[in-house]
Design a binder for this molecule. Structure first.
Ligand code: MRU
Length: 361
């Protein structure tokens, strides 16, 4: 699996479960510095997820699974009951580190199921949890590669693709979902160009997506979020391709704040919105987008971007900071998973994809 997976990175450069530690590329420091955060205890993994050292739906799922594996490794191997109790305690906290991306809960629940089903001694359980975490990382990267291969079939020559946030190698453990489609489309047609939304308030587009595309030599133009409408009106955007934090059973898409606005704009301008996400992001137990909890983050994230050496807003300016929004399925032209390109009615096509992938069991 250690082939370059986008941005010249190997999957293990992005996140790696070592012996008694998890190493993560610290996404809060990009693009200025390429440094790693070392997580020794499962609590360090929780902190890394909360503070977005690691972020993006599949990546926090992988981190969560590795966190559970760490808890097992450092638990009391002389006392099977205490060992299991510690794994369950860690899993409960890791699962709650962020509320919106379903991959985190999915991965932790898988680990809990392994723990529940495992009759062996702590050493064997620890090995099984470690193996799942490693396999999950490998599988998410393979899913991204398949998403790219399917997604490029619906991108026409000379496309001008607008993407939002970062759904790249950093967000998935390697290659990316939306950026997977873009990487694959650009590989087959070097005239493909990308428009990158900066993605306020945390600038994942400007900091991370632009960094990934630059390292891959894929031409892009960075814009402030409020410029998308004007570019669409001028015919400078042919597709919107984004990732997802959770896709509900009816095809509603919960993704980075701003996605819904882009989808409304795209409808007005006759531009297709394509959502790229693995089946591990599809949550058939959640009927609609309205049922997905949206994380509210700290007000300082909105107040904080400074200009001319000064903070942008008063330190006590009242703020709303929902990190995600809900795009109704009717605004989504296609959802691309590792199983193919899915069209409405999404309740049927997504259920079939999840069943075929075996990720819903
Ligand atoms: O708050 P973030 O940066 O974790 O949000 C990430 C996104 O919204 C991504 O678009 C989504 O997770 C897809 S990542 C393949």
């Amino acid at each position: 699996m250690d082939a370059p997976s986008g941005a010249g990175l190997e999957p293990r450069d992005i996140i790696h479960l070592g012996d008694g530690e998890v190493l993560m590329l610290d996404q809060t420091q990009l693009p200025g510095e390429v440094v790693h955060r070392r997580c020794v205890h499962w609590e360090d993994v929780v902190d890394a997820i909360r503070t977005m050292v690691v972020r993006g739906a599949p990546a926090i799922g992988i981190a969560g699974a590795m966190g559970v594996a760490l808890a097992a490794q450092h638990g009391d191997h002389d006392d099977p009951a205490a060992h299991l109790a510690e794994i369950r305690r860690a899993a409960a906290v890791i699962r709650d580190a962020r509320p919106t991306a379903v991959n985190l809960m999915w991965a932790v629940d898988r680990q809990l199921r392994i723990a529940a089903d495992h009759p062996g001694p702590p050493e064997a359980l620890t090995a099984a949890l470690r193996l799942f975490a490693l396999h999950l990382h490998r599988d998410e990267v393979l899913r991204c590669r398949a998403i790219g291969a399917h997604g490029r079939t619906i991108i026409h020559r000379g496309a001008r693709i607008l993407t939002h946030c970062n759904a790249g190698a950093l967000a998935t453990g390697g290659y990316g979902t939306a950026l997977g489609v873009i990487r694959a489309a650009h590989a087959q047609d070097p005239t493909v160009r990308v428009v990158v939304d900066e993605t306020r308030p945390l600038l994942q587009g400007a900091r991370l997506t632009a960094w990934e595309l630059d390292r891959d030599g894929i031409p892009f133009t960075l814009i402030a979020d409020n410029m998308a409408a004007a570019l669409m009106a001028e015919g400078r955007v042919t597709h919107v391709v984004v990732g997802a934090d959770r896709v509900a059973a009816n095809g509603d898409v919960v993704n980075k704040i701003g996605t819904y606005g882009l989808a409304v704009l795209a409808r007005e301008h006759g531009i297709p919105v394509i959502v790229a996400a693995p089946t591990t992001t599809v949550d058939l137990s959640t009927p609609a987008g309205a049922d997905v909890p949206v994380e509210e983050r700290h007000a300082d994230e909105v107040r904080g971007v400074g200009l001319f050496g000064r903070p942008a807003a008063a330190h006590d300016a009242p703020v709303a900071n929902p990190a995600f929004d809900r795009t109704p399925a009717r605004l989504v032209a296609a959802i691309v998973t590792e199983r193919g390109v899915h069209r409405p009615p999404y309740d049927r096509t997504l259920a079939a994809a999840v069943a075929a992938a075996g990720t819903g069991e």
